[in-house]
Ligand binder design. Structure first.
Ligand SMILES: Cc1ncc(COP(=O)(O)O)c(C=O)c1O
Length: 418
């Protein structure tokens, strides 16, 4: 990319950036949490707002010289509210995880009960995993999926809510390919005197484009990353009802962040305008079409698709019919230039470091311009790799085919590389 000064002052580091650019260009990137930042986002993430320290909120800062930062933060907030039809927005969290911590800081006291989805059924580390430090402060209880449908078990969720009366219920996850009945979960949360937080980190681009239903009308709080389907910088955001605005803002600052990453906030402000365009909507429509095409062809080729398909950008694949583990398949695909991640499937008999599944995402390849015909070719390559994950000649020919396919879709067609 245009890293002229770095190239002069630190050729070693510049070389690594070049190497990473080449890796991204020559590989078919299908990690479900990834997207490709466009040129404006790269520019804004490195702009002079990086130089400014500011804490607090517009009009009530702790540092002088924050007038322009105030204008920029207000612009970003207005754009986020308009994009999602939200009563209040906070753009200060450093990431999707930090957005969740901001809500916890706003509404929970140590020892409070929180009901979230099990990590091995598609939830997230920050929703109650014992490995996450939040579990030291709050009493997390987990709901899961119905064993037959592999959809959220709303009846179990309801009976756990009645039993434990959680202060907060969390909906949303990292590996859940289906729509969520937010209204039903909101009714359950409110009926036991609790609040609903929807973590839409993965699907916030699809929601912004109105390709799938929005949690905003139903949830007390909605958190997100900006870098997944929203295709933005690595940062977080929180939306909430006006009644919770004051508590939320306090939970974020001074509750859980200090000085704002203004440069990243500027990139988010650009994003919230861009995500309202027809061009963004048509990309998001294609993301879902591509994910469905992938699920269909893999299913026809003998893979088991968890829940039988997808409504979003995620395809969760059970590899047991192919008699390989997630780790073996991930590593074999990496050698042919297709990047996915091993992932637990519901009630996975394997360890998290091995797994019986992979999670595949359609966002980044769709941004590059791939459509159903190319996705079907990728599914065919995956099928050959799964059949012979250790056969060198199969892997060599799959690698050639993958490279020739992706080479037709440059990562940054209009950006000079140096
Ligand atoms: C559901 C969910 N919430 C939160 C996060 C954390 O987001 P970030 O990586 O921006 O901290 C993730 C990341 O994978 C996620 O899947």
């Amino acid at each position: 990319m245009r890293l002229k000064a770095t190239r002069r002052s630190d050729p070693e580091l510049y070389g690594l950036v070049e190497e990473e650019l080449e890796r991204q260009q020559n590989n078919i990137e299908m990690i479900a949490s990834e997207s490709t930042a466009c040129e404006e986002l790269l520019e804004l993430s490195g702009c002079v707002f990086m130089n400014k320290t500011t804490e607090g909120y517009p009009g009530a800062r702790f540092q002088a010289g924050s007038q322009v930062a105030d204008k920029m933060e207000r612009l970003g907030i207005e754009r986020a509210r308009a994009l999602y039809g939200a009563e209040h927005a906070n753009l200060q969290p450093y990431s999707g995880s930090a957005a969740n911590y901001g809500v916890y800081a706003a509404v929970l006291q140590p020892g409070d009960c929180v009901l979230g989805m099990r990590l091995d059924h598609g939830g997230h580390l920050t929703h109650g995993s014992p490995a996450n430090f939040m579990s030291k402060f709050y009493r997390f209880v987990s709901y899961g999926l119905n064993a037959e449908t592999e959809l959220i078990d709303y009846d179990e969720l309801e009976s756990l809510a009645r039993e434990h009366r959680p202060k907060l219920i969390i909906a949303g996850g990292s590996a859940y390919p289906r729509l969520i009945d937010y209204e039903r979960i909101a009714d359950i949360a409110h009926s036991v005197g609790g609040l609903l937080m929807v973590d839409m980190a993965h699907i916030s681009g699809l929601v912004a484009a109105k390709v799938i239903p929005s949690p905003v009308p139903h949830a007390d709080f909605v958190t997100s990353s900006a870098s997944k389907t929203l295709c933005g910088p690595r940062g977080g955001l929180i939306l909430c009802k006006a009644a919770h605005a004051k508590a939320l803002d306090r939970g974020v600052f001074p509750g859980s962040v200090s000085s704002i990453h203004l440069n990243v906030m500027a990139a988010k402000a650009w994003l919230f305008k861009h995500a309202g365009t027809e061009a963004f909507r048509s990309t998001m429509l294609q993301v879902v079409a591509n994910a469905r095409a992938l699920a269909d062809v893999l299913g026809q080729n003998g893979f088991r698709i968890v829940s039988g398909g997808t409504d979003n950008h995620i395809v969760l694949v059970d590899l047991r019919p192919k008699k390989i583990t997630g780790k073996v398949f991930q590593d074999a695909l990496e050698t042919v230039g297709i990047t996915v991640n091993k992932n637990m499937i519901p009630s996975d008999p394997e360890k998290p470091s091995v797994t019986s599944g992979v999670r595949i995402g359609a966002t980044a390849v769709t941004q590059r311009g791939l459509r159903e015909p190319e996705i079907e070719r990728i599914a065919a390559i995956m099928t050959r790799v799964a059949a012979s994950p250790e056969d060198r000649s199969t892997l060599e020919s799959c690698k050639e085919e993958a490279l020739s396919l992706i080479s037709r879709f440059p990562l940054y067609p209009e950006v000079p590389l140096a």
